[in-house]
Design a protein. Sequence first.
Length: 420
Amino acid sequence: MNKIKIRGGRPLRGTVSIGGMKNSALPILFATVITRGVCVIENLPPVGDIEITLNILAAMGARVTRHSPTVVEIDTSDLRQGTAPNALVRCLRGSNYLIGAELARFGQAKVGLSGGCNLGARPIDLHKKGFIALGATVDDTADYISARVDGSLKGTKIVMDNISVGATANMMLAASTADGTTVIENAAHEPHIVDLACFLNACGARVMGAGTSVIKVRGVKELHGCHYTILPDMIETGTYMVAAAVTGGEVTLKNVIPRHLEAVSAKLREMGITVLEDSETITVRSTGRFGSASILAVPYPGFPTDMQPQMTALLTLADGISTVTDNVFNQRFRYIEELRHMGAGISLDEKNSTATVIGVKSLHGASVTALDLRAGAAMVIAGLAAEGETVISDVDNIRRGYVDIVGKLQSLGADIEYVE
Ligand code: EPZ
């Protein structure tokens, strides 16, 4: 069932429990390759990307035991280096983490080219540059990235040319068993970088400063297994916050870390939407009328690029004119054409890097496509607010990152279902 049908116009009301963060689980699952033992990971989100990752590890010889949909035990004692199946590797951007993890354990890596959401060019030059700085030689062919080092990687200072979540995480993985200390400057601050540092330290690594621009990794001989719980998904949280806002409802999100959503909450409040917080819940209350805003997507703690499409969908119904610029993925606007099919008044500047959104009174249902994970979430949000029926195709792109989005929205009163 790769389509979703939504009959819009119903305010969402109720409570939703938020799952573990996909983009934190990915580097942590690949990091188990570095340990020679058993890791038990809790609060894993049972979504497409995680299933693929577990299948990659199993195909490499890890013993993967699913204790529940969200608790997995992984024994990588007998893992075979360089055997990740290309057909699975090319499905994920997160596969890049396997390079750093294999280097850290085996001193060599061979991984197929990664894939993932089509957000424009997604080079890995910063990853390769970091591995070379650590003493590895890196070769990439049309099908593989390989890297190797005689003996161990050597701790060094790595200054990232620009802030990259993936490259920061990959340097932490590779440096965890290097000889000496590695200093990563201009590091990403995202909460999932901190989560990865906590996981690595639970496995015996010595990572300090995660969450700031300077991360120090003192290499250790080897890592052991551990028991770890993934942090809540801040982007899943933000997506439901915007869905509540656009439908004029009242929704409480449980098992969240409100501080991780500060930039999103501040923007919604600026638009006149009520956002209440306590230690682990956020409540969004909306009349369905809200003001315009200007959005600039930048690295954490700024407004997250992974919330940019969802926020644009909300702004299509704002009172006034809004602008949206994405400094992380400056071409991340393919979904705008789909919103236009629903009556949105959006135009892109000639460089396609800033969207101007003229608020309209209403959107109308249409047949649209989930072009990628967050673009798909934006279509759901627009469909929930639109008059009439919206059918979204290619919803596997949504299921790769959202646990049971149809069930959760149904529990909030949405008229939404999977259809053939
Ligand atoms: C991660 O992608 C996330 N994906 C993305 O989420 C997220 O949008 C992004 O971080 C930013 O937060 C996963 O975690 C699997 P980057 P990543 O390296 O690591 C450029 C979602 O919807 N860059 O921080 O690939 C890059 O092109 C997905 O869940 C280089 O130039 O992002 C981009 O412009 C989409 N060279 C910027 O840096 C490199 O070697 C930030 O990318 C690496 C990145």
